[in-house]
Design a protein around this ligand. Sequence first.
Ligand SMILES: *Cc1c(COP(=O)(O)O)cnc(C)c1O
Length: 361
Amino acid sequence: MAERVFNFGAGPAVLPEPVLERIRQDLPALPGVGMSVLEISHRSSAFDEILAAAETGIRALAGVPDDYHVLFLQGGATLQFSMVPMNLLPADGEADYLLTGSWAAQAAREAEKFGSVRVAATTEPEGYRRLPTPGEIGVSPDAAYAHLTTNNTIAGTQWGAMPDVGDRPLVVDASSDIFSRPIDVAAHGLIYAGAQKNLGPAGVTVVIVRADLAERGSPALPKLMRYATYVQGGSRPNTPPVFAIYVVSLVTAWLRGQGGLEAVAARNERKAAKLYAAIDGTDFYRGVAEPGSRSLMNVTFRLPTPELEKRFVEEAEAAGLAGLKGHRSVGGLRASIYNAFPEAGVEALVTFMAEFERVRG
Ligand SMILES: *Cc1c(COP(=O)(O)O)cnc(C)c1O
């Protein structure tokens, strides 16, 4: 195998190496099946087992209550920006959106096509560099649901505890921090995540939805836009992304093998603390997000000039530290250090940062 670099990319992102090894080993023929996972029928008993393992893995990891469905969909998190309001927002109703980043804003813009959107809080005027304080959040008693993005992948902020939205269902886009820490599923109405950051490859979206909410979408909706279709069809009303679901089953097994979400969270905290300490330890590097809102998943920072940032990215790449360029909408640098990102990679980056500052600072 060619040598692997440290992949700081924001998504699709690094997968656990043991998972990749397992995929490689079993790719030509699944044990006991004699066919590749790329070739099996989605109605086969082999896939029944894979789908059950992916669901069981998620249920066990997150302690998903029995009255919640775990669904596997396509269309990425972006399709959920549409499906959530299509199913949960009546045409004459309103929904609260907390605008804490460009993904959150995109979700709100999509919801406006289906009903009325209230901005319950926004930090857009401050470039999304922080999350709103509890006093800045105003949820409507009439909202069909409140929507937020748990981790803002681009700005590099992350909610700690979820804000209080009363008894309206809390709907969250958890694409970039799902299963990076323990989660109280029962405090949510619906959780969705594109798999390609923390859970697997691109091509599958995990939706965890309270059973009564899954039934709200009108039967007049296009079939594949309705959550109830996936409940009735066991996540396969049509051909599901078999390979992506297979990888999710392996990643959830790996996460459980790591000791579950408490252990994963402790490791993620350690990794992020090391990197933020390196940023805060000098004036050469500057964190983008306000310290109280910082993400443990996407660490955004800047150097004194755009020229130095460009040079940093190039030299880091040459040193085997890939994908550090910030999102094109904000510039600067971003180190994505999701669940599968190794601690050794964080240490390598910290060492590189010190050396870069010594030479170019
Ligand atoms: C990456 C990302 C998305 C977009 O996901 P797709 O699967 O490409 O649609 C949406 N929300 C958040 C928070 C993200 O990080």
